[in-house]
Design a protein around this ligand. Structure first.
Ligand SMILES: Nc1nc2c(ncn2[C@@H]2O[C@H](COP(=O)(O)OP(=O)(O)OP(=O)(O)O)[C@@H](O)[C@H]2O)c(=O)[nH]1
Ligand SMILES: [Mg+2]
Length: 599
């Protein structure tokens, strides 16, 4: 009989999870000799490739010796932490990757805490030991301290340590080994990760942890079989989280094999498979034996912490660049998204407005980014944190923030964060002229902070944060300190005007950019908003002073990508998103009306 091992690869963002899965696939002989395989092959969707991050967790299966090892690659970014939490219930062990230089980071702590609370025993993989500044022993100590701080039990504290360079394809049990492959890691997985405990002869119990959608077969649920045997065309019962049950038939059963998904007829307890046949399938649902239904505990679904208003684009340029612009289209698209993305929610408001809630800005901007690629046009409002009430007390989300900055900037950063109600919890020099500072901060204070932070640290600072908990609402946090430079004309921006405006602040546009009245073209150096004219050409006199035009030197405009724009805006401003352009504007375009409204 085949043995199973089910593991998840967890870590802070960029510590090398997907790269390690690549190598595990390669070295288990999953690919044929001449098969060309892309780097980070599991990051299969466009946005994942482009941004070099994992957004959705995905599973794959390899064979090693007599065992089938199901591996779930998880996203490291904090906004997707809730998904990792769900995935952890599907596995019997985790590979906790930690960068041998960066060490323990906020998301390392978040995912490890979740794994420990489920009783999982980690295999600690100190990755990127090939980096010149790697310090594996220090990082092992950090991980040990973290486990102690998280109240790990004795068994969990006896974690095996593997030193690896995923990119180079090797792992070793001791830094002095000369091993050049991943065999020590494969062997540790077989030895250390417990085999599943269910039995193929028990009544069926299976739980869905991710959803997929296919135009032909409909909803597909990726699920772990905890007990029993499942067959194609079998009659089963779907047990929903709210206790409702539905009878139906498994219309399609899909098995995983490397990167392939193959139609199969039967699968057994311990395995991970995909099933179709139920329209009502949701994450957390159980599929059970109708004659002996024993649904599994529903999965904990993380609460959203942030919301953004999506609305129909009503700028003067509305409809010029997008294919889908109406409120109905937006509604349909958002509804479709929520079918498979359970970490997000949306509500319709009035006049073509939709409040979309999720775990963080990245999660929401990824949705917006996907929509613009599909041809949608819409506007976005300032992100707002979700305030909830508990026993009559208003609570807001807090984040654990870790900052790495050159020593010279620590003072500024601490001072700026103080005004955002951040509390410093640790500060340690990391050698090489850098300091690591940890804070606990209301999520509100982080909105708009990144841009400021990058300016203050001249781009040399690195910040990372992940959700901590809901706490009682704290007082006001400081908002953007600079006003906006607003176009007072419709037309096309002219280099000459921009040249004259660039002393006023930082511009977001270059010459030839089409502008409209009320569009924001830059950040004012002062706190107030300023209406400016970016389209005024030079008064042409009869005498053309030769050489004068060439003297115009424009500072390159500040690139306001979607995330930055969204963080930058205030409540009276919007981000206009179209397939081609991101613009920032005032909600009220007319200068007179705007001034009246602000009084
Ligand atoms: N030097 C070095 N770089 C590595 C190693 N492993 C991964 N990297 C690099 O680290 C970067 C991030 O790797 P990924 O595999 O995408 O990291 P990840 O943990 O999957 O990232 P997310 O899924 O976004 O959380 C890539 O540029 C890799 O090439 C390693 O062993 N050594
Ligand atoms: Mg990844």
């Amino acid at each position: 009989m085949q043995e199973f091992r089910n593991i998840a690869v967890i870590a802070h963002v960029d510590h090398g999870k997907t790269t390690l899965v690549d190598e595990l696939l390669k070295q288990s002989g999953t690919f044929t000799e001449h098969q060309k395989v892309a780097e980070r092959v599991m990051d299969s969707n466009d946005l994942e490739k482009e941004r070099g991050i994992t957004i959705l967790s995905k599973n794959t299966a390899i064979h090693y010796k007599n065992s089938k090892i199901n591996i779930i690659d998880t996203p490291g970014h904090a906004d997707f932490g809730g998904e990792v939490e769900r995935v952890l219930k599907m596995v019997d062990g985790v590979l906790l990757l930690v960068d041998a230089q960066e060490g323990v980071m906020p998301q390392t702590k978040f995912v490890l805490k979740k794994a420990l609370s489920l009783g999982l025993k980690p295999i600690v993989v100190i990755n990127k030991i090939d980096k010149p500044a790697a310090d594996p022993e220090r990082v092992v100590d950090e991980v040990f301290d973290l486990l102690v701080a998280l109240d790990a039990n004795d068994e969990q504290l006896e974690f095996p340590v593997i030193y690896a360079a995923a990119k180079e394809g090797y792992a070793k049990l001791d830094m002095s080994d000369e091993n050049k492959n991943l065999i020590p890691l494969f062997e540790t997985i077989l030895d250390f990760v417990p085999a599943p405990t269910g039995l193929p002869t028990n009544p069926l119990q299976l739980q869905v942890f991710t959803l997929d959608y296919d135009n032909y077969v409909g909803k597909i649920g990726v699920a772990r079989i905890f007990n029993g045997t499942i067959k194609k065309n079998q009659n089963v019962m779907l047990a929903k989280a709210n206790g409702e049950t539905l009878k139906g038939r498994i219309s399609k059963l899909i098995g995983f094999q490397g990167l392939e998904r193959i139609d199969i007829d039967e699968a057994e307890s311990g395995d991970i498979v995909a099933i179709a046949g139920f329209d009502a399938l949701d994450v957390g649902d159980s599929v059970v034996d109708p004659n002996n239904p024993m649904p599994l505990d529903p999965l904990h679904i993380e609460e959203p912490t942030l919301s953004v208003m999506f609305a129909v684009n009503n700028s003067p340029f509305a409809g010029l660049e997008g294919k889908y612009v109406t409120s109905n289209k937006l509604d349909e698209r958002l509804e479709a998204e929520m079918k498979t993305n359970i970490a997000m929610k949306y509500e319709s408001g009035d006049e073509g407005q939709f409040k979309v809630s999720g775990r963080g800005e990245l999660q929401i901007t990824i949705l917006a980014e996907n929509m613009r690629r599909e041809g949608f046009e819409f506007s976005l409002g300032r992100p707002e944190v979700i305030i909830k009430e508990e026993n009559g007390v208003k609570m807001e989300p807090y984040e654990h923030l870790v900052i790495d900055v050159p020593d010279a900037h620590t003072g500024t950063v601490i001072e700026k964060l103080g005004r955002k109600k951040a509390e410093m919890v640790a500060m340690n020099p990391t050698g090489d002229g850098q300091t690591r500072i940890e804070f606990e901060i209301p999520a509100r204070g982080l909105i708009g902070f990144r841009g400021q932070f990058l300016t203050d640290t001249k781009g040399e600072g690195v910040m990372n944060h992940s959700f901590l908990e809901f706490r009682a609402l704290s007082g006001a946090v400081e908002h953007r300190k600079n006003g906006a430079l607003i176009s007072m004309e419709d037309g096309v921006a002219v280099g000459y005007s921009l040249f004259n405006l660039q002393d006023r602040g930082a511009l977001f546009i270059g010459p030839q950019t089409k502008v409209y009245k009320g569009m924001i073209i830059g950040e004012h150096a002062r706190p107030n908003d300023l209406d400016v004219n970016p389209i005024k050409g030079k008064n042409l006199t009869n005498v053309r002073s030769s050489g004068a035009d060439e003297a115009i030197k424009l500072v390159p405009p500040r690139d306001m990508a979607l995330e930055l724009a969204l963080e930058w805006i205030e409540n009276d401003e919007l981000v206009e998103v179209t397939p081609n352009t991101i613009r920032i504007r005032k909600r009220i375009l007319d200068a007179t009306k705007r001034k009246r409204a602000s009084r």
